[in-house]
Unconditional design. Structure first.
Length: 81
């Protein structure tokens, strides 16, 4: 089963959230139900972007990259965010 690195966008605030998961639909549902402390106050969320990886380790590394300054520059240069 694949793993995903994802970017959510808050409809109400316009902010982004980066994460990784095994099940995108279930994770988005958890964010929108308020089950994730960080995203609870910025609902609703929409899936903005995702990438698929064969291992959890690869998905986590990509998430950490997105959260870095270089990752931010990459996402901006690709017009993802």
């Amino acid at each position: 089963m694949p793993y995903y690195t994802y970017i959510l966008k808050s409809v109400s605030h316009g902010t982004y959230y980066y994460g990784h998961t095994k099940n995108l639909e279930k994770r988005l549902e958890e964010h929108n139900k308020g089950l994730v402390r960080y995203t609870k106050g910025r609902r609703p969320w929409v899936l903005h972007y995702f990438e698929e990886f064969p291992t959890k380790s690869q998905a986590m590394k990509r998430e950490y990259f997105f959260k870095s300054f270089q990752g931010y520059r990459f996402l901006k240069s690709q017009q993802i965010i």
